[in-house]
Design a binder for this molecule. Structure first.
Ligand code: ZN
Length: 144
């Protein structure tokens, strides 16, 4: 990667320009000083999801999940582990479809958990069902 990449702050949603070679050095948000790439999934509502996907140069993996879904809850620590494994080049996020039904409809989510990979605002892949961390990371790397 060369040049600068746009990264949306998980705390204030401000869009930051980050030099590509600074991505691995724990960059902070220029507006609110929060870590831009904390290496853990960010929880998004529907509008937050659209904003993150549309205004980011980094690939984004969204876990569409629901609190009432047992496999979703089982996968949560695996997803967090995958987020650390894929940092800082890939952002992982979670969207609770029971709260963000509009987002689930817009992205055609028929079952949970479903992982959707976005690149440059477009869907680049999806996979359904609970997965261990290693399989999540391997799927993302294979799809990029
Ligand atoms: Zn910020």
């Amino acid at each position: 990667m060369q040049g600068t990449v746009h990264v949306t702050c998980p705390a204030c949603a401000g869009v930051n320009r980050v030099l590509a070679d600074r991505l691995g050095k724990a960059p902070l948000c220029g507006r609110c000083q929060a870590p831009l790439l904390p290496g853990q999934p960010r929880d998004l509502d529907g509008p937050g999801l659209e904003r993150l996907v549309a205004r980011n140069d980094l690939p984004v993996v969204v876990d569409f999940w629901s609190p009432s879904c047992g496999p979703c809850r089982m996968m949560a620590p695996q997803f967090e582990q995958a987020a650390r494994a894929l940092a800082p080049g890939v952002l992982l996020a979670r969207c609770d479809v029971s709260a963000a039904q509009d987002a689930a409809m817009r992205h055609g989510i028929r079952s949970v958990p479903t992982l959707v990979l976005f690149r440059q605002g477009r869907e680049a892949g999806r996979i359904s069902g609970a997965l261990p961390a290693g399989d999540i990371a391997a799927w993302v790397r294979g799809a990029l």
